[in-house]
Write a new protein. Structure first.
Length: 120
């Protein structure tokens, strides 16, 4: 089953966790779409700078601190993903409550760890 994933806070910098996550997701054959303030590309994934209406997003994985997330709350909720992953450093109890109220699951978990243990 393909768990199409939207990476928010994507980076072309190979030292950033979002970059590594995109590569690992692609290695696992998972469709990836990405968003950031700066456009770019990570392997075959284009980093978009506009909030596009991506279809069939299973998972949104966040690489933005809680203080940088508010402008994306409604966008993420409107995508109706099955879950949102709060990677370490992105935890946000306020947004978690919003997701819960919208029947969207969330996890405080590292995308890279989930992939490495086969629990993605």
């Amino acid at each position: 089953m393909n768990k199409k994933t939207l990476v928010i806070g994507a980076s072309e910098n190979p030292n950033r966790y979002s970059n590594i996550a995109i590569k690992r997701l692609r290695e696992k054959g998972i469709d990836v779409v990405a968003f950031a303030k700066r456009n770019g590309k990570v392997e075959d994934v284009t980093i978009e700078t506009e909030l596009l209406n991506f279809k069939n997003v299973d998972t949104v994985t966040l690489y933005l601190s809680a203080r940088n997330q508010p402008e994306y709350y409604q966008y993420i909720i409107d995508l109706k993903p099955k879950r949102v992953l709060f990677n370490p450093g992105t935890e946000n109890p306020f947004f978690e409550q919003m997701l819960q109220g919208s029947n969207i699951a969330f996890e405080r978990a590292c995308t890279l760890v989930l992939l490495s243990i086969g629990a993605y």
